[in-house]
Structure formats: C-alpha cells, structure tokens
Ligand binder design. Structure first.
Ligand SMILES: N[C@@H](CCC(=O)N[C@@H](CS)C(=O)NCC(=O)O)C(=O)O
Length: 274
C-alpha cells in the first residue's frame, strides 16, 4: 500500500536557513502542524520565481516574467521575479511568505506565521498562552520584538553589504538594549523560568530566534578583516542580561530548537573563533 503523503497546513517560501522561519518550525513541532517549506540559499533565491509554487526560474519563466520583475527592497539589490499572484497575496512582497494550502491566503511577518501555526494546532500545549490575558501578553512581546528586529535587520544587511554606518550600529545597539532589558525584566519578575506564564510560549520562541539571528553580528565583517571588530553583543555588559542569556542557552539545548539551530549556531561560533 502506498502511504499517503501528509497534507500540509502551511506552505512557506523563503531563503534557507532563516531563523525567522524557525519561529514557525519550532511552534509546529510543539503544536503538531504540518509544514511544507520551499526555498533555497540566500544567494540563490534571486534566481527563483517568487510564487505560491516557487521554483528555480526556468528559461520559460524568464521569458514569461521578464517584463514583470520587481526591484528588491530589503536585502536585494537586484530585480526579483515575483508573480502577480504572489504580490496579490503578499502585499509587502517579502519572505518568509506563508500560504494557506490552496495558495489563496498569504500570511506574512514571521511572528504572524508563527501565530498561525499555534492557532492551527489549536493552541496545543498552551503555546499561545492559557487565557486571553496571557495570549495578549505574548502578543506584547511579539510586537516589541518587531522594533528590535527591524533595527537588527538594517544592521545585519549593512554588515553584509560592507556599509556599516555608526548611526545604523547605534540604532541596532539601542534597540537591542531596549528589547533585552524588557526580556530581562520579565524573567526577573516571573516566578517561572519563562517569559510569560509558567511554560514555554511563543514569546520564548520569538526571543530565541531573534537573538540567534542577531548573533551573526559577532562575526568579523569582511570589510573589517585584519582589524578589531567591536560587536554589539561583546560590548554589552553580560551581567545586565544574565537571565536572558541563560534562558537563550537553555532554549538552545531543547530538542525542538536544536533541529533548526544547532548547525547554524555552530557555524557562527566557528567563524567568531577564526
Ligand atoms: N519583519 C519581516 C521581515 C521580512 C523581510 O524584510 N524580508 C526581506 C528579506 S530579509 C525580503 O523579503 N525582501 C524582499 C524585497 O524587499 O523585495 C519578518 O519577520 O518576516
């Protein structure tokens, strides 16, 4: 008997690996939701057709969509092949891009895609809080994370592009301190070792993924090779964020987190040491 392929409940298109997607993969592991993830390396994603049925561009696609390309905005200096259907369902045209199984509904913003995984899993394990107050408090942390993630994204892209400016770095440092201070304060005032309530929630998952993504900034940028690179993470007094950092470390050891993150974080560690 042929085993039926499990039906997916969310399709995600993105470059891979991408810590923003881990928010959803970790949540789905805990809530029992089936994902279908398609994508390629960050370098190759420009050579893909951005669509519900995303794929490597064929000669036929290039001819068909040639006059219909879109200038990439965040992180892409080139024109990207995005189908009209993609842009109709993904109004900001960004990845990660998630879709309902029929491709008709687009869900964007990694925090919202993560919430979808919790909702589809019927909030299994109370991952999205055990009552409306806890759920809304979790939302508060997710909203606050966006301010940090925006500054972090600008900073990481500027590092990649060899165009680090002191104002971008300062903005990222301020946003990092603000976000981490909130997490530290929540961990200090909570009786449990989690950010909200008594157990692991979306707030912890989001914190882990945003911190993991930001940790790339510790790698000496190409434009600084041979010179001393003063990363934000290193310049911060670790004691100020003692609880947050040990929470991050503890989360990184959990099996549902390790699957996505261990290789990625190991590579960062190796690059920092070299
Ligand atoms: N805050 C968003 C960030 C999404 C985003 O900015 N994605 C960039 C890549 S890092 C993108 O898709 N850029 C494509 C474009 O600007 O055309 C999230 O968490 O999902």
């Amino acid at each position: 008997m042929v085993k039926e392929k499990q039906k997916f409940e969310i399709r995600i298109f993105s470059y891979l690996p991408n810590p923003r997607i881990w928010k959803t993969t970790i949540t789905s592991r805990l809530s029992g939701v089936n994902l279908d993830i398609i994508g390629t390396s960050p370098e190759s994603i420009k050579d893909w057709l951005w669509d519900f049925n995303a794929r490597k561009l064929t000669k036929k696609d290039i001819a068909e969509f040639h006059n219909n390309t879109t200038q990439g905005k965040m992180g892409f200096a080139v024109r990207l092949y995005k189908t009209n259907k993609f842009l109709n369902t993904q109004p900001f045209g960004t990845v990660p891009a998630a879709f309902s199984p029929d491709g008709e509904i687009g869900i964007f913003e990694s925090n919202s895609i993560m919430r979808l995984a919790a909702r589809l899993g019927e909030n299994n394990n109370n991952i999205y809080g055990k009552n409306p107050y806890e759920s809304s408090r979790i939302d508060s942390f997710l909203d606050a994370s966006l301010i940090f993630s925006r500054a972090s994204q600008k900073y990481l892209l500027s590092i990649n592009q060899g165009q680090i400016s002191s104002s971008i770095k300062k903005e990222a440092k301020d946003a990092f301190i603000t976000y981490m201070s909130g997490i530290e304060s929540a961990l200090n005032s909570n009786k449990s070792s989690y950010i909200v309530g008594e157990q692991l929630t979306l707030a912890d998952i989001c914190f882990f993924c945003e911190y993991a993504l930001f940790s790339r900034e510790q790698i000496t940028p190409k434009s600084y090779e041979g010179n001393k690179w003063n990363s934000i993470t290193r310049s911060i007094k670790k004691n100020n964020f003692h609880k947050s950092l040990s929470h991050y470390k503890q989360l990184s050891g959990r099996p549902e987190f390790k699957i996505d993150s261990s290789e990625y974080l190991k590579k960062i560690e190796q690059k920092i040491r070299n």
